[in-house]
Design a protein around this ligand. Sequence first.
Ligand SMILES: Cc1ncc(COP(=O)(O)O)c(C=O)c1O
Ligand SMILES: Nc1c(O)cccc1C(=O)C[C@H](N)C(=O)O
Length: 395
Amino acid sequence: MTDFAATRCLFHLPEGMIYLDGNSLGPLPKSAAERVAAMMRDEWGEMLIGGWNRAGWMAQPMALGDRIGALIGAEPGHVTVGDTLSIKVYQALAAALAMTDRKVILSDNGNFPSDLYIAEGLIGTLGRGHELRVVEPEAVEDTLDESIGVLMLTEVDYRTGRLHDMKGLTEKAHALGIVTVWDLAHSAGALSVDVSGTRADFAVGCTYKYLNGGPGAPAFIYVAPRHAETARPALCGWLGHEAPFAFDPDYRPGAGVERMRVGTPPILQFAALNAALDAWDGVDMADLRAASQRLSERFIAEVEARTDLVLASPRDPARRGSQVSFRHPDGYAVMQALIARGVIGDFRAPDILRFGFTPLYLGEEEVVEAAAILSEILTTGTWDRAEFHQRQAVT
Ligand SMILES: Cc1ncc(COP(=O)(O)O)c(C=O)c1O
Ligand SMILES: Nc1c(O)cccc1C(=O)C[C@H](N)C(=O)O
């Protein structure tokens, strides 16, 4: 049984704050500050350039890849870490498109905009008449046919938390000759993922949400072993080269997923991410999923008992990721009022109040208290003060 009281102690949680936004940015692991400081003092400070060899910096993208791989069901040696998620989406999609002659990319309108923008940009760069087809999430399965080359989806809808059937869709896609790219930004560390068992072709994700790697923490990419030696990386940086220090003017892709590396890895961020990943030692993903569903169900029950907010997430917990969303026409102001009371969720246009549930550091009492505060804000109408309508740059 996972000891969630113990994992909670690993995080710094500001006094008086109920944090329901770990689906956007996870909290600070207490060990991260010392780990980053030690890296700066003992490695960067003392070793300087020698740190690449002596401290093993160059091997870290793959070592961290294996730590993350263990959380998403990847075969060892098939995940690498670096760059931002948008870049990893670009690489995965470009590699997938290179595996098919078909010209259509299928996605849904619950996908994160960056993924759709990346697809549009890539289509423009390729200039070969590709098309991005975007349908409702519920229509994806029936839209799959032999005209489609790549199915590119985010498993958990960032607004509603709706969960795609990754195994079923991948199976159907493969039966039709379609290559799959899965974005696990809202899945990794949120629920059980099995990239190997579902036979995903490519998967990508970020590490600053449920994996708690910190703002700007690097992304990861998985390439299925069966494609690893033939996938075309598209962004052919020197660190994805077979022999970077041969400084050969001709590009030769590196072994397996290492070819998806691009440039210099972010070693300072890696130190924080390594500290954050320690929290997962001893965590059973089935326990995590059960706890996440308990917290989410309790929150829905409490909110619905106290308010008339409309649930925007699927009601069936098995069809949700680890977040719950409600609709309110003035959702932005309601969320600002909630944040002012120390309950941190976020708002997603046009009307979504979004709350993330993260058993590693969140308990049931806080969930009940958050619902009570939300209800108070709505019944007293405090959310309708001018200050809560003023838009911030980042929501
Ligand atoms: C599903 C999804 N894809 C892509 C991104 C973009 O990631 P990044 O800003 O790290 O490139 C995000 C979050 O910002 C996301 O939630
Ligand atoms: N990456 C973010 C950032 O740099 C600033 C603010 C928010 C984010 C996010 O991750 C947003 C997130 N992908 C979402 O689901 O809305």
